[in-house]
Design a protein around this ligand. Structure first.
Ligand code: PLP
Length: 396
């Protein structure tokens, strides 16, 4: 048993603010009560502001991001449909795997883990698809495994340039409510997220933004679905109720979380994430380490995936951090196991947490045998927070 705080620096579930935690500590309540809708309807409106959609529908299914992935696919596509996907990390890989398991005909573009969505290649493939055989295009906005953010607007642009009608699916699990997400402006048809990252809550809600085009397609889409059916959900949601028992404590947590986001202001939330991420990146550079992201424009503002020196096993860094320092960092997933550890800097996060994360990372690295100058990362991040952050400087 260790004393003091347990530090959670994983990229989800993220730290739950005390007001959100307290807000969830409520008695069970009647989800068919006449005044229940007064509580729930503003939640949908709040989520629409987070997704930046005025035209789309927002739905919450009990579940996690993975459930929302499945809901997005099964409500809008038909068995055997051709879809365009790409892999640049474990989560984009898992979405491809799910699409294949559900019987879609997946064209998958593989790019190195550390690269972003291959939108130029998407443009070429879509341009050659003269008969519109491709029914959907998939993007993982923020690849949590590689710490890479992708350009969704560029994907929309190449789709529009060749007048392609495919649906645009975007995984925003580790981006929504932390970095700018513009569902309407980018023409996103299916936007997927979960409650346990930018929304600063426990896992338990799989949240979707669904365009009117996707809603229309869902009326004739023939993939098998039952629990995750959009029509039932959206029709009953309209009056503020749910087709089955909703997790009401989570809805109270969501109310508190939306209040926090609105009080800070979404644009300020994004600026805070950008500032803290930049501080962490400066720190990592000063430690002499590299990120998995191949280019500064791809570096995520919610999670940094950090390569350890070749003589060090990242699993040892994680073990030492957990067992000796009371701190959890994100592990290297799949092919990055042993080579990478991750610092999640999203949700309820501040300068003190960023500096603590860097300080503990340095300590765990040194204890694991890495030659990292102790204090260098913390000093670089501190200097940035003291001076550079005001000017919005970003590491070139
Ligand atoms: N997509 C991304 C980008 C993720 O980071 C995750 C989880 O970390 C998922 C999907 C899966 O979400 P969940 O674990 O909520 O099912």
């Amino acid at each position: 048993m260790q004393s003091g705080y347990t530090h959670l620096f994983i990229p989800g579930p993220t730290n739950v603010p005390e007001v959100v935690r307290q807000a969830m500590n409520v008695p069970q309540q009647d989800m068919r009560a006449p005044d229940f809708a007064e509580f729930t309807l503003p939640l949908f409106e709040g989520l629409k502001r987070v997704f930046k959609t005025t035209n789309g529908e927002v739905m919450m299914f009990p579940g996690s991001g993975t459930g929302a992935w499945e809901a997005a696919i099964t409500n809008t596509l038909n068995p055997g449909d051709k879809v365009l996907m790409s892999r640049y990390g474990q989560f984009s890989h898992l979405w491809v795997k799910m699409a294949e398991m559900l019987g879609l005909d997946v064209i998958c573009v593989d790019v190195p883990w550390g690269a972003g969505v291959p939108w130029k290649e998407y443009g070429r493939i879509l341009g050659a698809d003269k008969d519109d055989e491709i029914k959907a295009v998939f993007v993982t906005h923020n690849e949590t495994a590689a710490g890479v953010v992708s350009d969704v607007a560029a994907v929309r642009r190449v789709m529009d340039e060749c007048f392609h009608d495919a649906l645009l699916f975007v995984d925003g699990v580790s981006s929504v409510a932390s970095v700018d997400f513009r569902m309407d402006e980018w023409g996103v048809d299916l936007a997927v997220t979960g409650s346990q990252k930018g929304l600063m809550m426990p896992a338990g809600l799989g949240i979707l933004g669904v365009s009117q085009k996707a809603m229309a397609v869902s009326k004739t889409a023939r993939m098998r679905r039952a629990y995750f059916d959009f029509e039932d959900m959206v029709n009953i949601n309209r009056s503020g109720y749910f087709p089955y028992t909703p997790p009401t404590p989570l809805l109270h947590g969501l109310r508190a979380s939306l209040d926090l986001l609105e009080r800070e202001g979404l644009e300020n939330v994004f600026a805070r994430h950008a500032r803290l991420a930049e501080g962490v990146r400066r720190g990592v550079k000063a430690m002499g380490l590299d990120l998995v992201a191949e280019h500064p424009s791809l570096m995520s503002d919610t999670v940094s995936a950090i390569r350890v020196p070749p003589e060090v096993d990242a699993r040892e860094v994680l073990r030492i951090a957990y067992e000796e320092l009371n701190a959890s960092f994100g592990s290297g997933l799949a092919r990055l196991a042993g080579k990478v550890f991750r610092i999640g800097h999203l949700g309820s996060f501040n300068e003190g947490m960023a500096l603590t994360a860097l300080g503990l990372a340095e300590l765990a690295l040194v204890k694991a045998g890495a030659k990292v100058p102790l204090g260098a990362g913390v000093a670089a991040a501190s200097s940035y927070f003291a001076e550079g952050a005001q000017s919005g400087l970003r590491l070139a």
